[in-house]
Write a protein that binds this ligand. Structure first.
Ligand SMILES: *[C@@H]1O[C@H](CO)[C@@H](O)[C@H](O)[C@H]1NC(C)=O
Ligand SMILES: *[C@@H]1O[C@H](CO)[C@@H](O)[C@H](O)[C@H]1NC(C)=O
Length: 511
């Protein structure tokens, strides 16, 4: 008791000091709280008239592209807010600021933290913040493409022959399913070598990992955020993903062990080897981590490439009158290059390139790009302060459908980009011509993202897609089934837009 009294006594004496200190602390707290919020107070919200966040959330899920288009038109050059399907408020930055965004350093806006947050990496164990893979792609894979093209072309030939039925007469084929395996085989040959890439175990892992990862991510997303630390690990979808990771580790282990014993001239030329050789510079990885990196690589590569190619096939079948023009181009150019899909030959197939880019303009896999977590507040040139802690993004889909960016933007105009390239070249604008290629990262079509973290694998992916599509165009006639008169509509949920994986096309071996 006396002790308590003494403390009280002491406090009493100091009260005049304690109170202002407390008050000061409180003021700082409130100021921080208010400052953290106020930068966004004046920022308009799209879908305000929908009434509640719950309504906005539902509309986002059902018709995100409509909401983005609305905000894009209404708010023009100012920053605006959107409530996403998981109730995050995301700050949408209009295209006027693309150049500024590109220059922001990684410690201000983080690509990895955005992925970690949106993919729930804490529970799905998606490796993020790993520089080795993009580094290896940039320094080893892309520069090797000229040399790798014959290998890629070989595997494309071989896998199409293995996966496709004879098609002597019109044959119905679920092309998305076939493409998943073709892309997994072709990518696998370059990622890990034929020893593993042609095994069913690897193919199953490479293809299903992405599905299981997305299932686990969606399951975690449904759990309220404060409950996640307690229940997320026990969700069946998360457990299935864990089993997949453990299985990948088991079959990778002997392969990695064998590679470690190889002399330099025995070492194969593939991503796994480049990663193993490059890791010394970054850090030494365990086989478990290497297995995960391989899976992350297939996550980044297989489904994205497949959905791009499937979109192209759906366009080809819906507009069959363009096929003969493409076939003529491919034949002519191959004849000029000894029948080989060299880098120069692929580069010269401008109509094929344009057809693919136009398909991706109209059917972008994501409505937004440049999703970044803001870790340090920054200011746009119009004075708008963007506080730390929010996600920002760019409305790529709305830009691609803007009549001020593209003439008749809702029309499928397959030679739009080859025409733009020719016109630019005629005027001597070499740079503009280059910008309108499929692999180019330009503000009109941001299929591969924007800025420093634009997809580093796009050069490999573009070659792979072109070789697959060209191979089919030379070997098969394609069309929609009887009674189907329009291109299969894509499936749209939230910001995602995918070709319907359940649909079939008719194929017949070309005469
Ligand atoms: C989506 O939103 C846009 C713009 O608000 C609207 O024009 C369109 O009809 C909507 N589509 C659907 C399917 O609701
Ligand atoms: C992987 O996916 C395929 C096709 O969707 C399915 O048939 C197969 O059972 C899956 N494998 C596993 C282990 O889930």
């Amino acid at each position: 008791m006396p002790a308590v009294l003494a403390v009280l006594d002491a406090l009493q004496g100091r009260l005049p000091l304690v109170v202002p200190t407390l008050a000061a602390v409180l003021v700082v707290f409130i100021a921080q709280y208010v400052l953290n919020r106020t930068p966004l107070v004046g920022v308009p919200l799209v879908g305000q008239d929908l009434g509640s966040d719950e309504k906005r959330r539902q509309t986002y899920f059902a018709n995100a592209s409509g909401l983005y288009l609305e905000g894009y038109k209404k708010f023009k050059d100012s920053v605006w807010r959107i409530v996403t399907s998981n109730k995050f408020t995301v700050i949408v930055v209009p295209p006027k600021y693309l150049e500024e965004l590109r220059k922001l350093p990684d410690d201000v806006v983080s690509f990895d933290d955005a992925i970690a947050q949106t993919m729930h990496a804490k529970y799905t164990e998606l490796p993020t913040g790993n520089n080795l893979i993009p580094h290896t792609i940039k320094t080893s894979l892309t520069p090797s493409l000229v040399r790798l093209n014959p290998t890629i072309s070989d595997e494309v030939d071989d896998s199409i022959r293995k996966e496709m039925p004879p098609c002597d007469d019109w044959t119905s084929v679920n092309i998305n399913q076939k493409l998943l395996r073709i892309v997994a085989l072709v990518s696998g040959r370059v990622f890990i070598g034929t020893e593993l890439s042609r095994s069913e175990e690897y193919l199953d892992a490479a293809i299903n990992y992405t599905v299981e990862l997305m299932n686990a991510r969606n399951a975690v997303e449904k759990v309220r955020s404060w409950m996640r630390p307690f229940v997320a690990h026990r969700l069946p979808e998360v457990k299935a993903l864990r089993e997949r990771l453990a299985a990948a580790d088991r079959f990778m282990r002997p392969v990695v062990a064998a590679r470690q014993k190889m002399s330099d001239d025995e070492k194969p030329n593939d991503m796994l080897q480049w990663i193993m050789d490059g890791q010394i510079k970054f850090k030494q990885y365990t086989t478990e981590e290497l297995a995960r990196l391989q899976l992350a690589l297939s996550f980044a590569a297989i489904h994205t490439t497949t959905l791009t190619a499937t979109n192209v096939f759906y366009s080809l079948a819906a507009y069959p009158h363009y096929t003969s023009e493409l076939r003529d181009e491919i034949r002519t150019i191959l004849a000029e290059h000894n029948g080989a899909f060299t880098s120069a030959a692929l580069q010269a197939m401008k109509k094929l390139d344009s057809f693919i880019k136009e398909t991706m303009r109209l059917y972008p896999p994501g409505e937004v790009t440049f999703t970044r977590k803001v870790n340090k507040p920054f200011q746009l040139s119009n004075g708008q302060l963007i506080p730390a802690g929010v996600l920002i993004e760019v409305p790529a889909g709305a830009i691609s459908r803007d009549p001020e960016v593209f003439e008749k933007p809702d029309e499928f105009d397959p030679w739009r980009f080859s025409r733009m390239r020719e016109q630019a070249r005629a005027k001597g604008e070499v740079e503009v011509a280059a910008q309108n290629q499929f692999v180019s990262v330009n503000p009109g079509v941001m299929t591969f993202g924007w800025g420093r973290h634009a997809c580093p694998g796009r050069f490999f992916a573009a070659n792979e897609i072109k070789m697959i599509v060209a191979n089919f165009i030379l070997s098969y006639d394609m069309r929609l089934p009887e009674g189907v008169t329009e291109r299969y509509p894509n499936i749209v949920f939230g910001t995602q837009n995918i070709p319907d994986p359940t649909k079939e096309l008719l194929f017949k071996r070309a005469a």
